[in-house]
Design a protein around this ligand. Structure first.
Ligand SMILES: [Zn+2]
Length: 130
């Protein structure tokens, strides 16, 4: 630019200072500064949008994890909070029968009459339908 001024027969610009065209420090183009750079504004808007999107996604993931954790917690009851004694025997692989006074009781080895998921097969236990 200084060469152009020199070719024009002058040493300085109209204001008397050295002619130094200010190129945008962001995009490198002349005619505007970084402050008014459309490229910068566009990039910043895009990255702000991307940031918001990423934040929303993270929040959704966190919520999903919290929901899953709650569901898992509800599934995993302590031993004294089984859905029922029958369910617990079924879970532990214990053949059981229902006593009319007491409720579910373990069935003695080798006996018929199991009412749950497991039955005696001689001295071993198997799933009822097998
Ligand atoms: Zn620019």
């Amino acid at each position: 630019m200084q060469d152009i001024v020199r070719v024009a027969g002058k040493q300085t610009g109209p204001s008397g200072s050295m002619v130094e065209p200010r190129a945008c420090k962001y995009c490198g183009y002349y005619g505007h500064t970084r402050q008014h750079c459309q490229t910068r504004l566009r990039d910043e808007e895009a990255s702000a949008e991307a940031y918001v999107l990423q934040w929303q996604q993270e929040q959704m993931q966190l919520q999903e994890e919290r929901d899953k954790w709650k569901r898992d917690e509800a599934k995993e009851l302590p031993w004294y909070q089984r859905e029922s004694q029958e369910a617990w025997f079924d879970e532990l692989g214990v053949p059981w029968y229902r006593d009319k006074h007491v409720g579910a009781l373990p069935l003695s080895p080798g006996k018929d009459g199991a009412q749950g998921k497991w039955v005696w097969d001689g001295r071993t236990v198997k799933i009822a339908d097998e």
